[in-house]
Ligand binder design. Structure first.
Ligand SMILES: Nc1ncnc2c1ncn2[C@@H]1O[C@H](COP(=O)(O)OP(=O)(O)OP(=O)(O)O)[C@@H](O)[C@H]1O
Length: 334
């Protein structure tokens, strides 16, 4: 039997945290979409946030930035609150590069304005930092290109410019919200490489919200797996991906196309996540879980320290390894 210790939420606090999120709840019209989430962002790490659509990943990312919709009701703590220092200590790389850039100002002017919004420097100095930032993300002839408008940039150059914008002030935390979802493979790799490179050069932590498990494997130090607004599993990337302990993580990984064995039926996560507001007091994953048993149907599991990570599952010790076949069997008619 592997060791397990139930921890009170305060014990999840880590002295090395750059950002601590505790019991974060985000609700719309009284319905909670994020339901008591606690995690840390550590200095200089890449923390991936994964989970199916609707898990609450983007809301969580936006909460870090203080960019939630006006009608969102929140509770819990995010400390320190960096939202007032947005652009200086925390910045966003959004999914859509065009939305991050104003169409009516030259790119260099936008970067220079971003510099001057946080630093008392001359226009000339801001301009020179803007050009240097464009140069660092590989925009050729940056001084000339700084005078061009976003629509004069190619798609790849716009992506680069957005990363330059997010990192020009060397923030402590960069939040990238599905930065590659809308991109083809070439641009996807470019964005991930550049983000990783700029993050490393500036010593920033990167919170990477993504559906792309290859990106998680390639770039993330730790991964936070979310399900129905809660933490399902959080731990070092290789350990979580190589040996998931939460059945939800196992199902998510088993259903990736490249995990298919030729000639065998593809494992799949049957069903869909519950809609917010429809959650009875049980494990939200229980109806889809191949190893759910008694406790899962009566009490929602809290995150526990287990096998070198946090796992929110009553039955994590019962999960076989590898677990993909569980999800194959689940598809057979009863
Ligand atoms: N502005 C809003 N008003 C009402 N409900 C919202 C709003 N934004 C999000 N939600 C609810 O919160 C849930 C979580 O949203 P969120 O965008 O964080 O999911 P996600 O995990 O990022 O999904 P995806 O991968 O599709 O982006 C949604 O399913 C939705 O029910």
């Amino acid at each position: 039997m592997e060791s397990e210790a139930r921890l009170p939420s305060e014990a999840l606090l880590s002295s090395e945290a750059l950002l601590s999120v505790r019991d974060l709840r985000i609700a719309f019209d009284g319905v909670e979409a994020v339901r008591g989430l606690s995690f840390d962002v550590r200095p200089c790490e890449v923390l991936a946030v994964v989970g199916e659509s609707g898990a609450g990943k983007s809301l969580t990312a936006r909460a870090l930035l203080g960019m939630l919709p006006r009608d969102a009701a929140t509770s819990g703590t995010i400390s320190p609150d960096l939202s007032a220092a947005r652009g200086r200590r925390i910045s966003l790389v959004p999914q859509d590069a065009l939305s991050a850039l104003s169409p009516v100002h030259p790119v260099g002017d936008q970067l220079a304005a971003a510099v001057r919004s946080v630093a008392r420097v001359s226009r000339a100095e801001a301009r020179s930092r803007a050009v240097a930032a464009l140069d660092r993300v590989g925009i050729p002839d940056a001084a000339r290109r700084a005078r061009a408008y976003p629509h004069e940039y190619s798609g790849g150059m716009r992506q680069r410019a957005v990363i330059a914008m997010a990192t020009v002030n060397e923030p402590d935390v960069v939040v990238a919200d599905e930065p590659t979802t809308a991109l083809d493979e070439e641009h996807r790799d470019l964005v991930l490489r550049l983000l990783a490179e700029r993050r490393e050069a500036t010593g920033a932590a990167l919170v990477l919200v993504t559906h792309d498990m290859d990106a998680v494997r390639g770039y993330a130090d730790r991964v936070l797996v979310m399900y129905a607004g809660r933490l399902s599993e959080l731990g070092p990337t290789d350990e979580v991906l190589d040996r998931p302990r939460a059945p939800y993580t196992a199902g998510l990984l088993a259903s990736l196309p490249h995990n298919a064995t030729p000639g065998r039926r593809l494992p799949a996560l049957r069903g869909t996540p519950p809609a917010p507001g429809t959650l009875p007091p049980r494990c939200a994953f229980a109806p889809r879980c191949p190893i759910a048993a008694d406790p899962c149907h009566t009490a929602e599991p809290e995150p526990r320290q287990a096998a070198g990570r946090l796992v929110a599952c009553h039955r994590w010790e019962e999960l076989p390894h590898p677990a993909a076949d569980l999800f194959l069997q689940e598809r057979r008619p009863a």
